[in-house]
Design a protein around this ligand. Structure first.
Ligand code: NDP
Ligand code: GDR
Length: 323
């Protein structure tokens, strides 16, 4: 009998890669989607025939309990969240409801509905925020700098708590930034690759940016879903830092993207707009992924320049086709 997996956030970047990955492993894949007035299944339309969508929302306990009871999944990947840091400053309470309390709701659904399910929580390097140590390991103290980071920290600790209180197989991947051609266009990498592609094609004149000095450890989302799966295949539930161990500034990403389309004078096209600055910034993130490298035998396969090239290629193609 094939294993059953339930993915929350299946319509998002990671959810779509996770669904592809699990289908390739022979899983029956179920995806939680919420009711919206416009279609949100763009990222999974190529696999729609092979997955089953079920309706629910992280703010609605009954829907989650019902879905877990019905499916009895072997594995649950909680990838749903209000995941955009600037929106968390504008909607801090909603972010807490979804990104923090939503984790308790899905854990409760598992506890009462099917406690033998293994649970993966999408924790974030944003929990390190004003980083207390460089690079960041599983033991680095947390210091979140946004309502999003604070909400993720709650989700992280409630996962630890359910593991310790109820002996559930529940663990977290503390994932550093991971990007792809499917990244939302509001996040900095995709905003850059889309903007640069449009500039190259003469469709855009300026790219308005915020803080170019922030540094992030950027990897490819397609590589990271494998690490998430590996965590649930371990004998015991443990938390892992997932990242590349390399850091680059937003400016370096910009330079690399303009270089990829053959534009040298990138400064001529970029303008700083203070509206894209955040009330509190996370200046420097860099993972120490040694534990994942050794215990999970996982390594990222995509380099920084390969990632930029992949995203630029995709955006050039999309912009040329006018989609
Ligand atoms: P996305 O923003 O692309 O996707 C978020 C998903 O959550 C979407 O499917 C969205 O559905 C769903 N969602 C939002 N609110 C609710 C709700 N109330 N109920 C049910 N579903 C909801 O995020 P990513 O794929 O990039 O990230 C996946 C997870 O990993 C998130 O939890 C994120 O916080 C975390 N993370 C991401 C990192 C990254 O670099 N990408 C790094 C570390 C952690 P809809 O389509 O309907 O909006
Ligand atoms: P982040 O990602 O906040 O790290 O969270 P984002 O791409 O939004 O920002 C990265 C850095 O770039 C700086 N920046 C800009 N950011 C955006 N969005 N737009 C701009 O114009 C801009 N200019 C500069 C930001 O200030 C920041 O320092 C992502 C999300 O996926 C989270 O859900 C996840 O948990 C973390 O990564 C790890």
């Amino acid at each position: 009998m094939s294993k059953k997996a339930l993915i929350t956030g299946i319509t998002g970047q990671d959810g779509s890669y996770m669904a592809e990955f699990l289908l390739a492993k022979g899983y029956q894949v179920y995806g939680l989607t919420r009711r919206t007035s416009t279609i949100t299944t763009e990222r999974i339309k190529h696999i729609a025939a092979n997955i089953q969508l079920v309706e629910g929302d992280l703010t609605d306990q009954h829907s989650l309990t019902h879905v877990v009871r019905e499916i009895k999944p072997d594995e649950v990947y909680n990838l749903a969240a209000q995941s955009f840091v600037p929106s968390s400053f504008k909607q801090p309470v909603l972010t807490g409801e979804v990104t923090a309390l939503g984790v308790t709701r899905i854990l409760e659904a598992i506890r009462v509905g099917y406690p033998q399910a293994k649970f993966y929580q999408a924790s974030s390097s944003e929990m390190y925020g004003k980083a207390q140590e460089v690079p960041q390991t599983e033991h680095t103290p947390f210091y979140p700098r946004s309502p999003y980071g604070v909400a993720k920290l709650y989700g992280h600790w409630i996962t630890v708590n359910y593991r310790e209180s109820y002996n559930m197989f529940a663990c977290s991947g503390i994932c550093f930034n991971h990007e792809s051609p499917r990244r939302g266009t509001e996040f900095v990498t995709r905003k850059i690759t889309q903007g640069v592609a449009r500039i190259k094609l003469g469709k855009q004149k300026k790219l308005l940016m915020g803080n170019l000095d922030a540094k992030r450890d950027w990897g490819f989302a397609g590589d990271y879903v494998e690490a998430m799966w590996l965590m649930l295949q371990q004998e015991n539930p443990e938390d892992f830092v997932i990242g590349t161990g390399e850091t680059h500034s937003v400016k370096e990403f910009l330079v690399e993207a303009f270089k990829a389309v053959g534009i040298k004078n990138w400064q001529d096209w970029v303008e700083i707009d203070k509206n894209f600055y955040r009330p509190a910034e996370v200046d420097l993130l860099i993972a120490d992924p040694k534990k994942a490298f050794t215990k999970l035998n996982w390594k990222p396969k995509t380099s920084f320049s390969q990632l930029v090239a992949m995203m630029i290629k995709n955006d050039l193609k999309k912009e040329e086709a006018g989609v």
